[in-house]
Design a protein around this ligand. Structure first.
Ligand code: PLP
Length: 393
């Protein structure tokens, strides 16, 4: 297919629910992508948060090849080896305090968490969520999401969600009722503009949840698997959640979601109470095992911390040079650059110069390179961004 034919086919045959950039990618390796014309791009937003290992990591490729040649799928009424190994590995990362439920996406992982909270509540069903949060597009996850732009046209939403101001402990307390069962949040709001939760706020929530017997549910779909410099972001907040959810980068590019529930609560989902046909299939679990092994063996957590610090330093220098930058916010390699004006033209200019980044919440440039990014690649990206910012001024 030629470029125009691809665009025409999409127009003709694919439901237009995505706003799109007119690029057709055909190859990826590490932090680079090649489009159909052979143009090479440095990808600083790989896979919308999926690409923590970059594109086509060799360990993931060989794990998947190996598994596909043995057994592609068996359902969950049987046992399979990769699922057992993956759950054990995830348990190791959580000091064996959690059990896993496997599904296929972030929204589904959050649905599982919401259903677990309802089981736990025995009649209590209200979940407190936060303004500018994002929890997915399925109806309950969408109802939990604190951004009305995603909800427009889909009323009535699932009842039982109350949205309050982020980082505002009093707003949470004044919203509690005898029906409240859980508090659900991202520690860094990704789609909502890279807003970082305050440590005291999160510790206060932990305390409140203990006192009122509420579940503390942390959505780590975007922050998980090393993005912020620790395997899970909550490890840097000196709390342990009751439930947390993973997806995006856990599969190294293949679809997986996972709800991790504290052992006290995990068995509430008794046989027959929840399911996912594809969840925990052998191929995806083998891929996820390769992801966890690569993060560990290739010292990507350390690199995320070091390269994150380097990137933030460089962006700070850009901020002193470009008054259009309002604020730089980051933890590890999850980085937002808030501008005084819409960021779309900056993103477009970067793309033209061979750098892929994202803009979220209108004015926030989102920069989330692979965890194995090099200092030279960061330098290249920053110099392209420098030029793009100059253009908009
Ligand atoms: C992307 C995202 C989701 C939704 O994940 P899907 O796999 O698209 O369903 C949920 N929560 C957060 C924080 C996300 O970033």
């Amino acid at each position: 297919m030629k470029m125009q034919e691809v665009f025409d086919t999409y127009k003709e045959s694919i439901i237009p629910s995505y706003s799109k950039v007119p690029l057709i990618f055909v190859k990826g390796k590490g932090s680079y992508l090649w489009d159909i014309r052979g143009k090479k791009y440095l990808d600083f937003f790989p896979g919308w948060g999926v690409g923590n290992l970059g594109h086509c990591h060799p360990k993931v490729m060989s794990a998947v090849r190996d598994q596909i040649s043995k057994l592609i799928f068996v359902p969950n009424n049987y046992y399979n080896l990769p699922q057992a190994k993956l759950s054990k590995e995830l348990a190791w990362w959580t000091k064996n305090e959690f059990k896993a439920f496997f599904c296929n996406s972030g929204a589904e992982a959050n649905e599982a968490a919401i259903k677990l909270a309802r089981k736990f509540g025995q009649g209590r069903f209200e979940i407190i969520t936060f303004e500018n949060s994002f929890h997915g597009r399925t109806l309950a996850a969408l109802s939990a999401t604190g951004q009305s732009k995603y909800q427009q046209g889909f009323a009535p939403l699932v009842p039982g969600f109350k949205t309050v101001r982020f980082n505002d402990p009093d707003a949470v307390k004044s919203t509690l009722t005898d029906k409240t069962v859980a508090v659900m949040l991202e520690l860094i709001q990704g789609e909502g503009g890279i807003n970082i939760a305050q440590k005291d706020f999160v510790r206060g929530l932990r305390k409140l949840c203990d006192e009122k017997k509420l579940l503390l549910i942390i959505d780590e779909v975007q922050t998980g698997i090393g993005r912020t410099g620790s395997m899970f972001c909550w490890q840097q907040f000196e709390i342990v959640p009751d439930v947390f959810t993973l997806a995006k980068s856990l599969g190294g590019g293949l679809p997986i979601g996972c709800m991790m529930a504290g052992k006290e609560y995990a068995d509430l989902l008794a046989p027959g109470s929840h399911a996912s046909t594809f969840g925990g299939g052998p191929v995806i679990c083998k891929a996820a095992l390769a992801v966890l092994a690569a993060v560990h063996k290739e010292k990507m957590l350390r690199n995320a911390v070091e390269m994150g610090a380097y990137l933030v330093g460089e962006l700070g220098a850009l901020q002193r040079k470009h008054p259009v930058i309002k604020e730089v916010r980051a933890l590890g390699l999850m980085c937002g650059v808030e501008l005084h004006k819409p960021g779309k033209t900056v993103v477009d200019s970067c793309i033209e110069k061979g750098l892929l980044i994202n803009c979220t919440h209108e004015t926030v440039l989102r920069i989330m390179p692979a965890l194995n990014i090099t200092q030279r690649q960061v330098g290249t990206a920053v110099s392209i961004l420098d030029k793009a910012l100059k253009e908009v001024e």
